[in-house]
Design a binder for this molecule. Sequence first.
Ligand SMILES: [Zn+2]
Ligand SMILES: [Zn+2]
Ligand SMILES: [Zn+2]
Length: 145
Amino acid sequence: MKLKNSEIKKKLHEEGYKFTKQREAIFDVMVDNLDKHLSCDDIFDCLKDNYPEIGIATVYRTIQLFEKIGLVHKVDFDDGFSRYEISTETDGHNHHHLICVKCGKVMEVKLDLLETLEEEIEKTGQFSILDHNVKFYGHCSECKE
Ligand SMILES: [Zn+2]
Ligand SMILES: [Zn+2]
Ligand SMILES: [Zn+2]
């Protein structure tokens, strides 16, 4: 999935915001690091060589704006940072996360077998599920020994 700039532009315009060079630069960093779950500090680090005029406050504000209009959403890996990833269109979530408790690496699993579990839970008639959020903790292949 690669979001084109025209789509971001359209989304910003629909919501009444301008498509600026800075917003484009910040979004580009996120697109280039799709599976990395960057924090605002990470984004700032990626930008500072090519865009020294973009300050950390601008990064924070821009990411908040992106979150508000649904371009990105926050992911929380219990490491004290708010991290963000680009939202893909479809309903809500598209993958789950594997977190290495030793080195902190985060991987993604596309497999989603939880619909069955959701159905079972809903069968009891006591709860109607909107979404789920799953994190698996363990050791990555490098930390396994
Ligand atoms: Zn590891
Ligand atoms: Zn992810
Ligand atoms: Zn799922």
